[in-house]
Write a protein of this length. Structure first.
Length: 418
């Protein structure tokens, strides 16, 4: 094995594994021979073995949703598709770390395990890459950031939407001043494929406060707020209401028979007003509930500036014909910018987040989506839940520093996070 290759381990081999393996395969197909998957770890050995080779392990996991582009549905990539070596299989991450077979680990387990597993990984002198949401609470995130800094290790969050061409194009347009000064943000809606009462992604833990940190605010929130922060800057203050509209959620088989259910105490709905550090304001709504049919803002939402808006991926500027933001980006951003953001023409978000993390490990630095960014991505969702619990506005700085944690206190106590 080439000395420059980073040895990668996976901890937790659930539904999102396929999208990460596909990202790694894209890197290898484009000539990035900078890694080797050397270990797969899951408490259920079959969950690890099913991803090793085509037609050689347990059957693939069932599809999560009918949405064909759902990354949770990727089932056609295996480790042996992009490397000849066979990774070792473990059922305890501590055994994997003790065997010293990895340089870096990605943690794809349930969120409740993120802080504990990542702490063990960093203590072993191994770099850590954590699937979003970064941690259950701000305090847990702070402890990991401190540990990584003390040990001079790379710590990142797997936030693939940051690396998509649509996100980069929107950010380029705003940062280039095409929209002028950002004034207002509108995003979200009520209802989606999981409405009104389906268990999201067939994973009941997403609806349990102590297991997920929160519901929609902590599951969808990190994607949404990373996207907003990247394009519009930091959020200063939040005032919000969060509710559990559907107290029981179920999974049904093809005949409509209930095969699983969970009693929910995490939010499935929130409505929030945001104050950005720039002075811009935002109105964000989200719900996994809603009987009848979904109601969504056109194009998923809009960002309004003093010269126009970015809406549904289109730039609608004063005095100009609407144009796709990606098309404008490709025409005007310049080859140097495009090559930096999409090396060798890669546009898959999972491939790009992996390339950035592995490069950061090799160069002894933090990735763009670092642990600090992971904390800043969960802080708005936590602020929504804190604001709803307290009945008042909440400053993001207070949440990030652990000064406001009334909602989070029981979670920290449950998991011994100090």
């Amino acid at each position: 094995m080439a000395a420059s290759r980073i040895r990668l381990g996976f901890v937790g081999l659930g539904y999102i594994t396929g999208a990460h393996l596909r990202g790694l395969k894209i890197l290898r197909d484009q000539g990035f021979d900078i890694f080797e998957v050397t270990a797969l770890c899951s408490r259920n050995r079959e969950n690890a073995e099913r991803w090793i080779g085509r037609d050689k392990g347990p059957a693939p996991l069932p599809l999560v949703s009918a949405w064909p582009d759902d990354p949770l549905n990727v089932r056609d990539v295996w480790v042996r598709d992009f490397q000849s070596t066979v990774p070792r299989v473990y059922t305890d991450h501590r055994d994997m770390l003790a065997d010293r077979v990895v340089d870096a680990v990605i943690i794809l387990s349930a969120v409740s395990a993120h802080h504990g597993v990542a702490g063990d990984v960093l203590d072993a002198g191994v770099h850590a890459f954590i699937e979003k949401p970064f941690t259950l609470t701000a305090r847990a995130a702070l402890r990991l950031i401190e540990k990584a800094e003390a040990r001079r290790l790379t710590l990142g969050v797997a936030e693939n939407l940051r690396y998509l061409e649509s996100t980069r194009a929107g950010g380029w347009a705003i940062h280039s001043g095409l929209l002028g000064a950002i004034q207002m943000v509108l995003s979200g809606g009520v209802g989606n494929v999981w409405s009104p009462d389906r268990i999201v992604a067939r994973t009941p833990w997403r609806h349990v406060k102590d297991e997920a940190g929160g519901g929609g605010a902590m599951d969808i929130g990190p994607h949404l707020f990373d996207w907003l922060r990247y394009q519009c800057g930091e959020i200063d203050e939040v005032i919000a209401l969060a509710r559990t509209i559907e107290p029981v959620r179920v999974t049904r088989d093809d005949t409509g028979r209930v095969v699983d259910q969970v009693h929910c105490d995490a939010d499935d709905t929130f409505f929030a007003l945001l104050q950005f550090a720039s002075g811009a304001v935002g109105n964000i709504a989200f719900s996994w509930a809603g009987h009848g049919e979904p109601t969504q803002f056109d194009g998923g939402g809009a960002i309004y500036g003093s010269r126009g808006c970015l809406k549904g991926g289109r730039l609608i500027l004063d005095g100009e014909q609407p144009v796709e933001a990606v098309a404008r980006f490709r025409e005007q951003a310049g080859g140097v910018v495009r090559d930096r953001l999409f090396p060798r023409g890669i546009t898959d978000g999972f491939a790009l987040e992996w390339l950035e993390f592995i490069s950061a490990v090799q160069q002894g630095r933090q990735p763009e989506t670092s642990g600090v960014e992971g904390l800043k991505d969960i802080a708005p969702g936590l602020a929504i839940l804190e604001s709803s619990a307290l009945g008042r506005p909440v400053k993001l700085a207070d949440v990030e520093a652990g000064r406001v944690e009334d909602y989070q206190r029981s979670i920290n106590e449950r998991w011994g996070i100090r």
